[in-house]
Design a protein around this ligand. Structure first.
Ligand code: DAH
Length: 348
């Protein structure tokens, strides 16, 4: 029997050392040391021995079992650490490699510019109003003193809405004047920035563009107020304190008199040239840039907005936002503002 124990010990030791994963080691444990395991089967033979022999063989069996159990424990920890080693080999990462910085977006140049407009006019006490982009013909034209069939409607190439009778994509922000007047009493000071639409497309025109409308109504408002407000706003917006304005007579049906407003060129400061004898490209040597349509609000328009033209007067203006942005940042093509090329947009 002692021989048997010795033999099985050697077999088990070999088996333990040749096992390559923990599952196989567990299986081996059951096979030899489980209730019906080979080791216990041998021990059953103890019953047939004399008491003296039992003592000797029993002791030997116990010691052998302990040795084997210790061998299993050692082998298990060997397997575990080599498994960790394998994981470390394949699943490591280099904490010193620089990370990829997530790209953070920002507001679009046009939106930021509109924010700036709002704060410049806000400091002069102007409210900000919006109106619908799909506008009723009534507000876009009729109430602004542009009667049906009046040739003034041809000044603007209008997008009409199919299957929606008498609605247009607003061609101007001017209809917001009427809507705003309808909800307030003078004094009124408001700007209305937003999208406008016309059938037009080239380097300086896009079917969708932005305007900002201005409206100020109170007793005794005159063109002097118009000039002061607009000049101050343009000086702030272009960050050019030397800007001067020039009014030219013009025609818009909703104002009388109507004006076109020019400001001194933001590139050459009104000199018409940059440096000695280098003609200014921005203003084409004239020293002036066309910047706004404006005028004194037509009495009919005041009436349409529910304002008493006998008591109140007011000025209005409309400025192309995209054009202002192009002038301020010397952007050569309007399309750059709308095609969402990050190489362009990230510069602002
Ligand atoms: N709405 C005009 C346009 O889009 C611009 C304009 C001119 C607005 C004169 C005004 C104004 O308020 O008084 O061409």
């Amino acid at each position: 029997m002692q021989e048997q124990i010795k033999t099985i010990k050697e077999t088990i030791i070999k088996a333990i050392h040749s096992v390559t994963d923990e599952a196989a080691l567990r299986e081996l444990e059951v096979r030899y040391f489980g209730r019906k395991g080979a080791f216990n089967e041998i021990l059953k033979g103890l019953a047939t021995l004399s008491d003296d022999e039992k003592r000797v063989v029993g002791k030997m069996a116990n010691e052998t079992k302990k040795e084997l159990e210790a061998a299993i424990v050692t082998q298990r920890s060997k397997l575990q650490s080599s498994q960790l080693g394998a994981i470390a080999e394949t699943e490591w990462m280099d904490m010193t490699v620089p990370g990829t910085t997530p790209r953070v977006g920002h507001r679009h140049l046009v939106s930021r510019f509109i924010d700036d407009l709002e704060s410049v006019f806000g400091r002069m006490g102007f409210d900000v109003a919006t109106g619908p982009e799909v506008e009723e013909e009534h507000y876009n034209f009729n109430q602004l003193n542009v009667p049906e069939d009046h040739p003034a409607r041809d000044m603007q190439d209008t997008f009409w809405i199919k299957n929606l009778h008498k609605y247009v994509l607003r061609t101007q922000t001017s209809p917001v004047q009427i809507r705003y007047m309808g909800t307030r009493k003078p004094p009124i000071r408001v700007i209305a920035p937003g999208k406008t639409f016309r059938k037009d497309s080239d380097a300086t025109h896009s079917p969708m563009f932005h305007q900002v409308e201005g409206l100020m109504i109170d007793e005794n408002i005159s063109m002097a107020n118009l000039k002061a407000v607009l000049a101050h706003a343009l000086r702030e917006i272009f960050e050019t304190p030397s800007i001067e304005l020039r009014f030219r007579a013009s025609y818009f049906p909703f104002v009388e008199p109507g004006l076109e407003v020019d400001c001194t060129c933001v590139m050459c400061n009104g000199k018409g040239q940059t440096g000695t004898r280098i003609p200014c490209r921005l203003c084409k040597k004239s020293g002036w840039l066309e910047i706004a349509g404006a005028g004194m609000v037509h009495p009919t328009v005041l009436k349409n907005g529910g304002v008493d033209p006998e008591r109140y007067t007011g000025f209005a203006f409309g400025v192309g936002i995209d054009r202002m942005i192009m002038l301020k940042y010397k952007i050569p093509h309007l399309r750059l503002l709308f095609e969402n090329d990050l190489r362009f947009l990230e510069q602002f």
